[in-house]
Design a binder for this molecule. Structure first.
Ligand SMILES: *[C@@H]1O[C@H](CO)[C@@H](O)[C@H](O)[C@H]1NC(C)=O
Ligand SMILES: *[C@@H]1O[C@H](CO)[C@@H](O)[C@H](O)[C@H]1NC(C)=O
Ligand SMILES: *[C@@H]1O[C@H](CO)[C@@H](O)[C@H](O)[C@H]1NC(C)=O
Length: 469
């Protein structure tokens, strides 16, 4: 019987790949889809660039289409932190978004360097049908300070490079691009008729009937004094103790990623005229922590930094930290933030009896880009078979760490991701098996150590006494 089932399973696994090959609608070349309407909104108000793209795509071919291709210039893909796609269902007030899978793909006919991503549709798009897609693109390090160096009294200006026409493998019937700047101070911008500026918004288009792979480079030069807070490396250690708490230790290497500071720094000037002196510098940082944090500390290699304020309510905690000096372009600060959290808020038992940690990925500092994030989840001693579930791709490996009284060491699940933005602050889980008896190992070691010590004392005293007699 068992052999029979196994045989059948093997058959299913053998046949499935072929079935799915047959099942997918045949490949639809780019000419058979067209974009009826495209609207792009580029938000340049912070140092993290957000691009919202709305595409209405129609199938003008003869066979159903199962995927829609997005194209980007190589410089954007290099700085791509996040790319999300969703289909819009319903109209106006009843609009809903259904998330769709987006994956890198290859197309043979792209111009030099163009990189492609494919959005997989839940249901194939039949001939004559159309669908509205929402795409979110987040880019870091895409605003280039110019001039590269500024003095304390100067405002920071940056360049943004893009194309007035949306790069696409499809014909686009109508398209418009809106660029939002942080202030009305725009030094210059490329004009591609029609181009208009109104307040903090630049409008490129409407452009009609652009063939596939149309491209028209533009540069916008504008003022941006938003704090360019970049964490070059963040290591977050999450240590689980089944005795009741989770201890978090975060090691930050922070840098001001804007135009480099030149000349000398005058603290008097900085303090007396804060609105114009050091407009692009920052002296506070806000960390958003879970509710019920306790034992919060903030220190660097010199020692505790007293300038931090913690505000807590039932939903969240906010920690405001102030480095020892204000940060100007190119300046760095290295510090550690630590805190404790109640175990029962983050550690749960799954239906199959495994324990799991449910914790937030990403960086607690608000509005910060992280070049490299390393999360180390230190499991209690005696934990087995760990596995991590993260909603996006990360590098993973296991390490072993030792602390006081550890006999076999603790398993550490290490997760690594580059180019992390606040949108990555979503929950992830680490599952593991745990035998409650192993919790008794450490107390037993302590007890036996005390017992041995006691015996040694008795023996010593005994010997001592016998000498005196
Ligand atoms: C393609 O791009 C590479 C690197 O950017 C460049 O060296 C090469 O000349 C380009 N080729 C063409 C045909 O444009
Ligand atoms: C630093 O702060 C922590 C937590 O507030 C405190 O426990 C510790 O004693 C302080 N250390 C020094 C050297 O002040
Ligand atoms: C993890 O926690 C979040 C809320 O913080 C919750 O929405 C989510 O369902 C939890 N995930 C699991 C697998 O329990």
């Amino acid at each position: 019987m068992e052999a029979l089932i196994r045989g059948r399973l093997a058959l299913v696994f053998f046949v499935l790949p072929f079935l799915s090959l047959l099942g997918t609608p045949s490949y639809v070349s780019s000419q058979e889809l067209q974009i009826i309407n495209a609207e792009r909104r580029i938000d340049l108000t912070s140092h993290i660039v957000k691009v919202f793209l709305t595409l209405k795509v129609e199938n003008t071919g003869t066979s159903p289409a199962s995927e829609i291709i997005l194209a980007f210039p190589p410089t954007q893909v290099e700085h791509l932190a996040l790319l999300k796609g969703a289909a819009t269902v319903g109209k106006r007030k009843k609009k809903n978004y259904v998330p769709l899978d987006v994956n890198p793909t290859e197309l043979p006919d792209g111009p030099n360097g163009t990189q492609f991503f494919s959005i997989s549709l839940l249901n194939p798009l039949n001939t004559g049908e159309s669908i509205t897609l929402e795409v979110l693109l987040i880019l870091t390090h895409s605003l280039e300070p110019f001039p590269r160096e500024i003095s304390q009294s100067e405002s920071q200006l940056v360049y943004y490079h893009d194309s007035a026409i949306i790069l696409s493998p499809y014909h686009i019937k109508e398209q418009t691009t809106y660029i939002k700047t942080p202030s009305t101070k725009v030094e210059s911008f490329t004009t591609v008729e029609p181009t208009n500026r109104l307040g903090t918004e630049l409008k490129y288009g409407q452009y009609d009937g652009r063939p596939p792979y149309s491209f028209s480079p533009i540069i916008v030069h504008f003022e941006n004094n938003h704090p360019f807070a970049v964490v070059e490396e963040l290591v977050r250690e999450v240590e689980i103790s089944h005795w009741g708490s989770i201890q978090i230790t975060e090691h930050y290497k922070l840098v001001h990623g804007g135009a480099r500071h030149k000349g000398i720094f005058s603290r008097v000037d900085y303090q007396s005229r804060p609105s114009i002196s050091g407009a692009s510098s920052f002296k506070h940082l806000l960390a958003s922590l879970p509710p019920r944090v306790h034992s919060v500390y903030y220190r660097d290699e010199i020692g505790n930094i007293s300038t931090s304020h913690l505000r807590t309510d039932s939903r969240k905690s906010e920690l405001e930290i102030e480095p020892r000096y204000p940060l100007f372009g190119g300046w760095k600060a290295t510090f550690i933030v630590g805190y404790g959290l109640p175990l029962q808020d983050f550690l749960f038992e799954s239906s199959d009896g495994r324990r799991f940690l449910n914790f937030s990925f990403g960086c607690p500092l608000v509005n910060t880009a992280v070049d490299k994030l390393i999360i180390k989840v230190v499991l209690p001693e005696g934990s087995k078979d760990p596995s991590a579930v993260v909603p996006f791709s990360v590098k993973q490996h296991l390490e072993t760490s030792y602390s006081y009284l550890d006999v076999i060491g603790r398993t550490v699940v290490v997760l690594e991701k580059e180019n992390v933005v606040p949108e990555h602050n979503s929950p992830f889980q680490v599952y593991y098996n745990f035998n409650p008896l192993s919790m008794l190992v450490e107390p037993l070691i302590l007890v036996s150590a005390f017992f041995l010590f006691f015996m040694a004392c008795v023996a010593y005293l005994h010997v001592d006494l016998s000498i005196r007699k």
